[in-house]
Design a protein around this ligand. Sequence first.
Ligand code: B12
Length: 252
Amino acid sequence: MTLTEDLKKHALDAGFVSVGIATPNMLRGLPHGPVSTVINLRTPEEELPTVNSVVLLSYYAWDKSFNLSVDSVYLPNRDKYTPKVPKEHYQLYYEVLKNKAWTIVDYLTKQGYESRFSLAIPLKTSAVRCGLGCQGKNTLLITPTHGPRTRLIGILTTAELVADETFKDDLCGTCEKCITACPTKALEPYQININRCLAYAAEEPHAPEVPEDVRKLEKKLIRRPTSNSYIECSTCIEVCPIGKSLKNETRT
Ligand code: B12
């Protein structure tokens, strides 16, 4: 078995549902820099200067509770939160992704390759470049088997792995269920208005750029299991017909 085959087997055994490999060259020109106040997207080389291969891994998030987000500091009254308190959240799916990715990083490190995982490279567009799926009208990665129901993580490594081919199809066709279902009308085909997305509104409880009507819907629709946690909106995922029939998905 080659290193590439063995690595892919390890990833599937670890619970990832698909694996794609790109060279850093294949990822040139992808989105880079700040995305609103959410993240500063980085290139593979910024993450690991000696990188030779980028591995994209997708994990099936079969339950809404994967979208649980917990404030990392105790905020007795979230509405009175001030920017003096560092803003940070633990998101369940990120913790699961990191745990699983560690096993692959460990495997590559033991083979003698410098390796690290990254959540800061542009994961959706990178995943398209290495064949996992297409970017859908909800802007998310849609895979042929799981639709948008996966969460993504990248691994950067000095190992020279065999790259996969770019995904060429558009899986959405004429469907626009995500566009019509979005409660705040944040989506246009293949584009999102971040300030109208409930995920952004919930993450940024005091952002003045979030319109008043969106703030009202956030208060009404976002479920808060405790005063320091909430379930992120995933309506544009749940309505997507691709992968909806997977057996163990729970809908509440
Ligand atoms: C910033 C961010 C957000 C922001 C902004 C969303 C956004 N689309 O950028 C906010 C807070 C709103 C957000 C919300 C959500 N997010 Co988010 N988010 C990210 C993050 C950190 C970066 C995304 C990014 O690259 N944005 C940059 C812009 C430029 O990219 P873009 O929207 O893809 O825009 C391109 C397309 O529009 C594209 N395009 C493609 N085809 C076409 C065709 C036409 C005609 C046009 C005009 C454009 C176009 O052109 C643009 C430029 O390249 C990633 C993690 C990561 N490191 O990648 C997670 C990520 C994308 N989020 C994720 C998820 C799950 C969500 C939510 C469902 C919330 C949740 N429950 O977690 C919602 C979904 C909202 C949505 N429909 O996008 C997952 C998506 C998994 C997947 N299968 O794709 C990711 C990958 C996190 C992860 N580790 O798994 N998110």
